[in-house]
Design a protein around this ligand. Structure first.
Ligand SMILES: Cc1ncc(COP(=O)(O)O)c(C=O)c1O
Length: 378
């Protein structure tokens, strides 16, 4: 496609910009000896990560290949076939899928679209029972941009405590808050069975480093580390050095300030676009993340809509069904500029065309296999 609006991080940073064009820093990176690194992450990187969590020390940190590996090996360490897993929806569905693949019983609980994405406490209670081993949350949430309130976080902890479950908290969007300069709080430190996952990919604009981490009590970190040894040995050495630099106390605030600037600018473009197309789209304002989860008032599934946009407008969006919520689509706005503006215009051109009765495409889409095999949310 010409307009890929599926990115979920802020615009990426070049190595040169990250190093502040400093020859000294670049020279230091060039001098890095490329042997095997510390397999759980260098002490400097783990200390910089631990400093982000009031309750963590370096031994609570395992460095992984992105948050995606941390989520995966945390599930491998915690889950066995038949275990119960309660997953927040809408959500990035990696943990939902891993749990299904491992033969777990997956139940879901919701953020309520009719209540500004507030946590549905009744569905949380119903999803957590005495067989629940893991409660999986994404906070700040992908795709809605919702940040859980203190009361909602306490409710998740209380549900976990009631049955002795682990909280697996995907926190990759911490640092992408739109309405404040303050990072959203982590679940780590609120309860003794928490694995918090984060990475360099979203708020920092450094997804290409493929550096993520898990923060957890040291005994479970050791168990997750065993899986990391089998899968990867370690994350890459040079990337770990760059991540340690990016998370140092003078560089990290600069990176996050840049990210928040992009998020505020991009969100303004999305808001103006939704406001000028109110009969077709609506949006619950996101509190964080460089993505907007837009409600489309059209008579087709979100997957069909995304396919029309891809084929007829060369625009790629993520259908809401991929997050467990039909009727919506996700647009990334972390790289504001003419490409985003034109992509948005193409979306409204297509949807307005439906309204005026224009044929929506030359060869109307057949109901796809994907659509027929519509995911059944447990
Ligand atoms: C909620 C969430 N978790 C994890 C990931 C994976 O991120 P990483 O690039 O750190 O592996 C993503 C990527 O889109 C995500 O949105």
């Amino acid at each position: 496609v010409r307009f890929n609006l599926t990115e979920s991080g802020v615009a990426s940073v070049s190595l040169n910009t990250l190093c502040g064009h400093s020859h000294a820093k670049i020279g230091q990176l060039l001098d890095t000896r490329l042997g095997y690194p510390h397999v759980n992450g260098s002490p400097e990187l783990r200390e910089n990560i631990a400093a982000l969590y009031p309750a963590a020390r370096a031994e609570n940190v395992l460095v992984t290949i992105g948050a995606i590996e941390a989520n995966y090996i945390a599930c491998q360490a915690l889950l066995s076939p038949g275990d119960g897993v309660a997953v927040m929806l809408p959500n990035y569905l990696q943990i939902w899928g891993i749990a299904k693949n491992l033969g777990c019983r997956v139940k879901t609980f919701r953020l309520r679209c009719d209540d500004g994405w507030a946590l549905d406490l009744e569905s949380l209670q119903a999803a957590v029972d005495c067989d629940t081993r893991v409660i999986a949350v994404c906070n700040p949430n992908n795709p809605t941009g919702k940040i859980l309130t203190e009361a909602e976080m306490n409710a998740v902890v209380a549900a976990a405590e009631r049955v002795g479950a682990w909280i697996l908290s995907d926190e990759v969007f911490i640092g992408s808050e739109r309405l404040t300069e303050t990072d959203s709080p982590s679940f780590f430190g609120r309860y003794n069975r928490v694995i918090a996952v984060n990475s360099m990919s979203k708020a920092y604009g450094l997804a290409g480093l493929r550096i993520g981490w898990a923060v957890a009590p040291s005994a479970i970190i050791d168990e997750i580390w065993d899986r990391h040894d089998y899968v990867a040995i370690s994350a890459a050495k040079l990337e770990g050095e760059i991540a340690a630099f990016a998370l140092s106390s003078d560089v990290r605030p600069r990176l996050l300030a840049r990210g928040r600037r992009l998020i505020r600018e991009g969100y303004g473009l999305i808001q103006d676009w939704v406001d000028s197309n109110r009969s077709y789209f609506s949006l619950i304002p996101a509190q964080a993340t460089p993505v907007a989860f837009v409600r489309a008032h059209v008579q087709m599934s979100s997957h069909e809509l995304a396919e029309h946009l891809r084929k007829e407008q060369s625009v790629l969006v993520v259908p809401g069904e991929h997050f467990g919520q039909d009727g919506y689509f996700r647009v990334g706005f972390g790289s504001p500029g003419p490409r985003l503006t034109e992509g948005l215009e193409r979306i409204s051109t297509f949807v307005c065309g439906l309204d005026t009765g224009k044929p929506i495409c030359a060869n109307r889409l057949q109901r796809s296999d994907h659509e027929n095999a519509r995911l059944h949310w447990a």
